[in-house]
Design a protein around this ligand. Sequence first.
Ligand code: PGA
Ligand code: ZN
Length: 418
Amino acid sequence: EITAVTARQILDSRGNPTVHVNLTLGDGTLVEASAPSGASTGAFEAIELRDGGSSYGGLSVHRAVDGVNTEIAPLLLSKTWTSIREIDDAMRDLDGTPNYSRLGANATVAVSIAASRALAHAAGLPLHAWIAQQTGNTELLPVPHFNVLNGGAHAANDLDFQEFMIAPVGAASEELAVQAGAEIYHALAKRIRARYNATGLGDEGGFAPPISSPDEALELLVQAITDAGYTPGIDQIAIAMDPAANGFYDGDGVYRIAGVAKSRAELADYYAELCAKYPIWSIEDGFAEDDHAGWKILFDKLGDTVQLVGDDLYVTDAVRIRDGATNGYSNAALIKPNQIGTVSQTFDAIAAARETGMQSMVSHRSGETSDTFIADLVVGTGVGQIKTGAPARGERVAKYNRMMEIEATTTGLRYGLK
Ligand code: PGA
Ligand code: ZN
């Protein structure tokens, strides 16, 4: 039973306002949640409600906060709720739009996450175990994907590809995976300091050296992995990339990388070349969100050997994921709760991926808070993969630390992609 609901404006990791929600429960327990925020957002994402005007450059969220306090709060207090889907459906009806453009997905996702914590508490279960029970999945400790080199919309350098990640696929545990990530991050820092005399960071805590060539970035990663005493390899320390191709799409099938224009076929060839040269196991948003022809070319070329992840392409929408499976766009979906607006719709997206034979990767946003919901989400749904930034900076390590906490406090959980 929820006895009080209060929302406030707080700051996210970029210093921009976001929504924070507190729920008081019948036994006096307080649960809370806050909403993350993207920078390279997909055009089809649920709407983040911002005030406009001059305060915080137009980014304040008082309207979203007021909507929670004056509309969603009375709804939540009106009855005793038994499931997260019931709460989410009621919020959707209250909003009355297909994409939460009235109340804001930044409001609904924070409420939905807090409500999930309330229901888990009522069930006497840790959040990850409650999620496993709700979704009927077997829990699994995921392979973390540490974003250690930043470009695109997340950094001030000229690197067009947004994210270069290291994934300790072959680690024996979450704890050892985190250790590998941190040791490689530090080895990379040393290399970058020596070669570029630069230690600047991007929004997700990865380094942002003054380079423009993806090849150079990948070369650096392989060296750092080796420097730290690990083995680069698809089943050891693998590499994943999120080029986030919306950011370098000129339209009409033309992409521009480090100043050079590439056709769809040339870009697909370039990805294939990089995969042959480096231990890249996963590529996210290799083509733009509306360039279905490009996605199909890449899927036909690499779909059997490389994980191809749709982020802006699917925006955590079960309908879009099913459509992607039918049309052969990709073999994996990125999962970000705030892209679709509620926890139960996030469960639907993961289920859609599973049912259509796709893999899923749970993800943070480039603007984050200390909320660790996605750590419990990835364990409870057993999808086996998460990306939540560098192994540094509080809002990023909060998630990795939560996964290690789950590992340390739960018996019988396996680590791995599957
Ligand atoms: P965003 O970036 O949170 O800025 O959208 C993350 C991603 O593209 O995966
Ligand atoms: Zn992405």
